[in-house]
Design a protein around this ligand. Sequence first.
Ligand SMILES: Nc1nc2c(ncn2[C@@H]2O[C@H](COP(=O)(O)OP(=O)(O)OP(=O)(O)O)[C@@H](O)[C@H]2O)c(=O)[nH]1
Ligand SMILES: [Mg+2]
Length: 207
Amino acid sequence: MAMAVTPSISLQQITGLVLAGGRGARMGHVDKGLQLFRGKPLAAHVIERLAGQTGTLAINANRHQSDYAAFNLPVWPDLLPDFPGPLAGLHSGLTHCATDYLAAAPCDSPLLPMDLVAKLAAALSLQQADAAIAVTGRAGQTDLQRHPVFCLLRKTLLPSLTGFLQEDGRKMERWFAGIHTVEVHFDDETAFCNINTLQELRQLESE
Ligand SMILES: Nc1nc2c(ncn2[C@@H]2O[C@H](COP(=O)(O)OP(=O)(O)OP(=O)(O)O)[C@@H](O)[C@H]2O)c(=O)[nH]1
Ligand SMILES: [Mg+2]
């Protein structure tokens, strides 16, 4: 009997996207990705961690675009008005990327796993899924946490996402529930810590 062969995904087929397109309302409407954490902008931490995990990188930002351009990466704004949420960033990424896959991570999680993309890609490929998202905690337990802003998407999902957004869908979880998504478990919960307020920024900085 012939063995089923699952083609694996190479790094060169993946564009990494730093999601920095939000309003930062809980931080006083500052541009979160540009706030300093341990002496460097939050976005710089994410760029450094993602570099090497994907073939190319880009930034999704809607404000201070010249500041983001200083990272020497393409800056892709949302194509939809009024800050409809992170899905708008994924929509921009899938529209612009020239690769078969897009891996996204938010600008406000400076400790993201160094094996994020490799693990998402391995699971997506093995399950022949269209999307992979990160999960922490133990399956079946109440502390299971889904982290859909840390995701890997096939570029072929663009029409699905466009349709979802056109119908005013904003909830990431709802879009992922309607497509073939695989959940990928990560042991290190702290790698996904996410900074929403200035207090959280200072707190994590001092840890
Ligand atoms: N492109 C895009 N990204 C967004 C939008 N809203 C949030 N994000 C991104 O989604 C990720 C998680 O969002 P939040 O933690 O809520 O960040 P935020 O929306 O800037 O902050 P709050 O305004 O305080 O909710 C971050 O990477 C944000 O940059 C949006 O309207 N467009
Ligand atoms: Mg928000």
